[in-house]
Design a protein around this ligand. Structure first.
Ligand code: R5P
Length: 300
């Protein structure tokens, strides 16, 4: 039976690309609010005996979760054989510890909700910090694919004489992978987070790289402070203005406007729909969906 994709609102473009890559059909979904703001869901395309993958990028997840859970429940109820979640951006991974008494460890609770709702989960470069693997908190087949090769290909095709730079020590492993594939040298900065919107960044000696085009590579751009601070540091060291290549465009309009004001060019993948999307993540997702939707693990 052919795979059926269901696109949640905002994710139609990626679902259409995936449908092409997978030779799958996008099911018709009617989703609206009743006057009392409760959610109405109707899957108009028959799903019985089909494997279903719901595409929902989970930036701003709170308003998305109930419609998503109802859609998954409806698909199951209507006879879908498997119901998976393609969340190219997976939220609720940052609060991975109780930092202060009484705090909720939302990454764990969100993982429980998703695990109870779906048979499998696929995402791109989840922001794992204290957890090493999604399997530490997710109790379903949880797979992730890496955007590093896509970022490297973009850099190689678009930037002459690049220097790949990671904003913090944590980024070393994947920044070095991007740089190797892009045939470029790399270095990482040292970042200290002083608050939600305040970071301090320091750099090693940059003088040997003054003739190179710096490319800042990060998994997430959110408030934009990390890359703005990093760009300031590079400018002070006499390097050209960096180009920023990131996986997930989590940033809001205000942060994007600030980046534009300071003249930073940002290129992101389409894991979150955004004006800066310039790298298509659909091929790496499609390959994984083809396995997961028919019950095959990505790791075995
Ligand atoms: C942090 O560990 C991440 O890799 C990013 O550097 C961070 O999330 C970016 O956040 P912001 O844009 O708010 O500085």
């Amino acid at each position: 039976m052919k795979l059926l994709l269901i696109a949640m609102p905002g994710d139609e473009a990626l679902a259409a690309r995936l449908a092409t890559d997978l030779d799958a059909t996008v099911a018709e979904l009617e989703l609206r609010r009743f006057p009392d703001q409760e959610t109405y869901v109707r899957i108009k395309t028959p799903v019985r005996d089909h494997s279903v993958a719901i595409v929902c990028s989970l930036k701003h997840p709170d308003g998305k979760f109930l419609p998503l859970a109802f859609t998954a429940a409806a698909a199951r109820d209507l006879g879908a054989t498997r119901v998976g979640l393609v969340a190219p951006y997976l939220s609720y991974l940052r609060q991975d510890k109780r930092f202060r008494d009484g705090e909720a460890i939302t990454s764990v609770y969100f993982a429980r909700l998703i695990s109870d709702t779906f048979d499998w989960l696929l995402t791109v470069d989840p922001h794992l910090h204290r957890f090493h693997d999604l399997g530490d908190i997710y109790r379903l087949e949880a797979a992730n694919v890496h955007a590093a090769p896509l970022l490297a290909n973009w850099i190689k095709a678009n930037i002459d004489y690049p220097l790949v730079i990671g904003p913090d020590a944590e980024s070393e492993q994947w920044v070095s992978a991007v740089a190797a594939r892009a045939d470029a040298p790399h270095l990482v900065l040292t970042k200290e987070r002083l608050g939600d919107r305040n970071v301090r960044i320091t750099a090693p000696d940059l003088t040997p790289y003054r003739d190179r085009q710096p490319v800042l590579v990060d998994d997430i751009v959110s408030s934009g402070h990390t890359i703005i601070e990093a760009a300031r540091l590079l400018a002070a060291a006499g390097l050209p203005r960096p180009i920023v290549v990131a996986v997930h465009a989590v940033l809001n309009d205000e942060a994007y406007a600030t980046l534009q004001e300071v003249g930073l060019r940002l290129v992101t993948t389409n894991t979150i729909p955004h004006a800066t999307n310039g790298i298509n993540a659909s091929p790496i997702l499609a390959e994984a969906i083809a396995r997961l939707s028919y019950g095959k693990s990505l790791t075995r």
